[in-house]
Design a protein around this ligand. Structure first.
Ligand SMILES: Cc1cc2nc3c(=O)[nH]c(=O)nc-3n(C[C@H](O)[C@H](O)[C@H](O)COP(=O)(O)O)c2cc1C
Length: 439
């Protein structure tokens, strides 16, 4: 079907496949840590209501975010609570959630972080672990719109992860995937983006190891080729196993799309069902959560991945304009369209596009209140959609126990930290202080 003969709506309505699974349309709920599980890591009524609202809204596939594969990953989590997959006790609650989504005939995948790497919070007196001891530096000018950290932030330096620890993480991740499958998830996604553990291996900027995990593209891919191979031998060839990975460091000393695509092509040979493309990382966040639809296409990232891998399904991020999405699918640069903040603002976005009701869409304003709330560790809300985060209460359930009520002062703080004026002053003061202490 060509874009000249088919409308954008027709293209976005076409079914597609990931491994053995058929997906009814091109829209995918992008993983987000907004699910408000219980404090001890089980899905809550709110988790289920958030997801079923998006399944009803027409998404062809849901991918859950804020989920963790290992106990240590949970202990070092930068935001809480997370949904846990590290022991069998979590399977029944996860099954209840999966069954609720399946009532809408929509498949659901579990994204899993084995560890948050250099983005984790050190716990139990242990440093975090990454490919090499390179801390994450979030410089104030590289933060996204509406997001201010006066003076920026540098995370603690991680330790270089040992080979024994790599094997242990692999074993635990494979076990977590088996639990997801036992709970009825239709697929899993490994998170290798944003400077989390796996992503630190992919770019020479963050991986300067001299053992078999560093150096060539084959070596930098090894932690993931070994893990995907081990998962495949557990789940067989048809079960969807995807990878979310960074596609560009967007940093002067970083790796570009061709370099990331070269590493991805090595991993893909182990039988990846799809690659979810994620532009930039925590150090170049202005390019990660953009306000401009289709920036990833302008940066040539899907194109570089397609050139390196002719057939693996590719998922685009931060591309909201339906015509742009349809053109990218038609050109062969994308198969699925992931939507994150837009699905907070309007859970019915897919139905509205596919049913020609675009004038009814509630557009995300990209002020990133959602992200500010995430870093303050309070339940995520959306300025454009007051029902977001309260779906279960509105549907008649009691307020889930896990929801911490915010004080007025907390809400005021979150609003103030979104003010360019106030935070501009704070940034100047902190930066001047940093300079003075260096002299
Ligand atoms: C509140 C919030 C939480 C997020 N949590 C996750 C997560 O758990 N896993 C993940 O891979 N991405 C997460 N993301 C990133 C999104 O999946 C997405 O890549 C990003 O928001 C850019 O896409 P968008 O322009 O459609 O919002 C999160 C984003 C937001 C706004």
């Amino acid at each position: 079907m060509s874009a000249e003969t088919a409308t954008a709506t027709e293209i976005l309505s076409t079914p597609w496949r990931i491994n053995g699974l058929t997906i009814k349309n091109r829209y995918v709920l992008s993983p987000m840590a907004v699910l408000q599980p219980t404090e001890d890591g089980h899905p809550s009524d709110q988790t289920i209501a958030f997801l079923t609202t998006r399944a009803r809204g027409g998404a062809g596939l849901l991918i859950i975010g804020g989920a963790v594969a290992t106990e240590r990953g949970n202990e070092e989590a930068p935001f809480r609570p997370l949904m846990r997959f590290d022991t069998d006790e979590f399977i029944p609650g996860l099954r209840r959630m999966v069954d609720a989504v399946h009532e809408y005939s929509v498949p659901i995948f579990a994204q899993m972080f084995p560890s948050f790497g250099a983005m984790g919070v050190p716990d139990k007196g242990r440093p975090t672990r990454a490919a090499s001891p390179k801390p994450v530096r979030m410089a104030a000018p590289r933060l996204p719109y509406g997001f201010y950290i006066p003076g920026g932030r540098t995370n603690p330096t991680p330790d270089e992860i040992t080979k024994e620890e790599i094997s242990e993480v692999q074993e635990q991740t494979v076990a977590a995937v088996s639990r997801a499958r036992a709970a009825g998830f239709d697929g899993v996604e490994l998170g290798a983006h944003m400077r989390y553990l796996y992503s630190s291996f992919l770019s020479p900027r963050t991986n300067w190891r001299t053992d078999e995990y560093g150096g060539s593209a084959e070596n930098r891919a090894r932690i993931l080729t070994d893990t995907v191979r081990a998962i495949r031998s557990e789940v067989g060839p048809d079960y969807p196993v995807g990878l979310r990975m960074s596609t560009n460091d967007h940093l002067p000393d970083g790796q570009g799309p061709e370099g990331f695509a070269e590493v991805a092509a090595v991993i893909e040979k182990e039988g990846l069902g799809y690659i979810a493309l994620s532009d930039a990382n925590y150090e170049s966040m202005d390019d990660n959560v953009t306000s401009q639809s289709g920036a990833i296409l302008d940066h040539g990232e899907p194109q570089a991945f397609r050139a390196a891998m002719p057939t693996v399904p590719l998922l685009l991020s931060s591309t909201y304009d339906p015509q742009q999405c349809a053109d990218a699918i038609d050109a062969g640069f994308a198969d699925g369209i992931m939507l994150a903040r837009q699905m907070l603002a309007d859970p019915e976005f897919p139905n509205k596009v596919l049913q020609g009701r675009q004038d009814e869409i509630v557009w995300c304003d990209h002020h990133n209140t959602c992200l500010r709330r995430l870093i303050f560790n309070v339940p995520v809300r959306c300025r454009k959609n007051p029902a977001m985060g309260r779906e279960s209460v509105l549907a008649g359930a009691k307020e889930p126990i896990s929801v911490k009520l915010q004080s007025r002062a907390q809400n005021l703080l979150i609003a103030a930290t979104g003010s360019p004026f106030l935070m501009g002053i704070a940034d100047k003061l902190v930066t001047a202080g940093q300079k003075a202490s260096k002299n």
